[in-house]
Design a protein around this ligand. Structure first.
Ligand code: IPE
Ligand code: IPE
Ligand code: MG
Length: 261
């Protein structure tokens, strides 16, 4: 459901983009975003890469607001991958500080919007101040019934899958010891061990900056997700770019392997 008239969610759209075309009944429940291109945005302006990451915060803010107002129930944002530790120390440290600072600054506003903040990824490897900022945001917003914001930090899908396999094995051993039987390994049992347990699979994945790869993001969950790639660099992304992605999604024909009716 739209939180307000769609022309108020997307006021003054650029020429040729009509928010009234958005079908309220077919807004995806879960949108995942690979926010890419901060470094290139900064480079174009002869700025340090961290300035690009800082500029990306406004795009995150706008996207959260547009998603929540448009009736999206889950928004997952890829903020730091398990591979991003390969970056120079000053960039990694700067990002970790930026996550902590931004989370602390934004949590009250998110809470007022009834957003529930969660993280997916291996939080144990993060610096304490960053981990604590996310934990506090989760603690403060866990009772909210608005959109769930899943922040993927130190997230890697292969690691997540191994984590789930480990959980399934432990459960199986436990059951075997008690009953002499192994449980049947179902999709539901496996998904209980994923960081995204309890969230539906994304219907739409957005990737900015022109790259067309998944970069170790949600490999299991993206099985039937629609991909939307745009050349826009993440700091230039805004509510109208988000609207374009939603409209593109609504124009897709999802068959799930079946024959079109
Ligand atoms: C995405 O922007 C943000 C993170 C991965 C943290 P990049 O930093 O990857 O930007 P490019 O790809 O170098 O332009
Ligand atoms: C993916 O972007 C990770 C995040 C957006 C956090 P990268 O910039 O790290 O991915 P590659 O290196 O282009 O695949
Ligand atoms: Mg990148």
């Amino acid at each position: 459901m739209f939180a307000k008239p769609v022309t108020e969610i997307y006021p003054n759209p650029p020429k040729g983009l009509d928010p009234r075309l958005l079908d309220e009944g077919r807004v995806p429940q879960h949108v995942a975003v690979i926010m890419d291109g901060n470094g290139r945005w900064a480079k174009k302006r002869a700025l340090n890469r961290l300035r690009g990451h800082k500029a990306g915060i406004e795009a995150v803010r706008e996207t959260i607001r547009a998603a929540s107002d448009s009736g999206v129930r889950y928004l997952t944002i890829y903020s730091f991958s398990t591979e991003n530790w390969k970056r120079p120390d000053d960039e990694v440290e700067g990002l970790m500080q930026l996550f902590a600072k931004t989370m602390l600054a934004e949590v009250d506003g998110l809470h007022e919007e009834h957003v529930r903040v969660k993280t997916i990824g291996n939080m144990s490897k993060l610096p304490a101040e960053t981990r604590e900022a996310f934990e506090e945001a989760w603690e403060k917003t866990k009772g909210n019934d608005g959109m769930t914001l899943l922040v993927a930090v130190n997230y890697g899908s292969r690691e997540e899958i191994l984590h789930a396999v480990q959980a399934v094995v432990e459960q199986s051993v436990d059951q075997f010891q008690k009953t002499d039987n192994l449980p049947e390994i179902t999709g539901d049992l496996f998904e209980d061990g994923l960081y995204t347990a309890g969230s539906p699979d994304p219907e739409l994945l957005i990737r900015t900056s022109g790259e067309m790869r998944v970069s170790n993001f949600l490999l299991w969950q993206l099985a039937y997700t629609e991909f939307y790639c745009t050349n826009v660099l993440w700091p230039d992304f805004n509510r109208y770019e988000f609207l374009k992605a939603l409209l593109a999604y609504q124009g897709r024909n999802r068959r799930f392997g079946a024959v079109q009716a």
